[in-house]
Design a protein around this ligand. Structure first.
Ligand code: UDP
Ligand code: MG
Length: 138
């Protein structure tokens, strides 16, 4: 048992047919899938998820993008899950992401950057609870 992080494969990566390739990277890196589902967030749910960014200039664009198509949400388990997953996905802007990271390979740009990863243990729990019940985790 390690600790958890929360991830979403974002709409453009789902649309591009990259779910399998991205999940393979995640499992190969040693993360265990504890919960997973494909969902289409309403603008209201996407806005709630990203409420922390509500004052940022990109907020309305972000909500529109994240509710614009289905995503794959998952809880991942590993020792040092949050830190190791942020390393695996790379920088927010794919132009700055290390070669070999998921964003370097699959992201289109700073907005459409393929994948989400929690930024702290506290937020990993909040974000996991936002999307999954106890009965959806194994
Ligand atoms: N984002 C954007 N423009 C920016 C910064 C962020 O569109 O200037 C989007 C991008 O999809 C990013 C999300 O907002 O993944 C959340 O931003 P955050 O700073 O939390 O980046 P992350 O934690 O996803 O790397
Ligand atoms: Mg973030």
């Amino acid at each position: 048992m390690g600790n958890i992080t929360f991830t979403m494969i974002k709409p453009e990566a789902v649309e591009a047919g990259n779910i399998g390739a991205i999940l393979q990277r995640i499992e190969t890196a040693g993360f265990r899938v504890m919960a997973m589902k494909k969902i289409h967030l309403s603008p209201q749910r996407a806005g709630e998820f990203y409420a922390i960014h509500s004052e940022r200039p990109f907020y309305s664009e972000l909500v529109e993008y994240m509710s614009g198509g289905p995503i794959v949400a998952a809880i991942l388990e590993k020792e040092n899950a949050v830190t190791d997953f942020r390393k695996l996905i790379g920088a927010t802007n794919p132009a700055e992401a290390e070669p070999g990271t998921i964003r370097a390979e699959f992201a289109e740009n700073l907005s459409k950057n393929a994948i989400h990863g929690s930024d702290s243990d506290e937020n990993a729990i909040i974000e996991s609870d936002f999307h999954f019940t106890k009965e959806e985790r194994y």
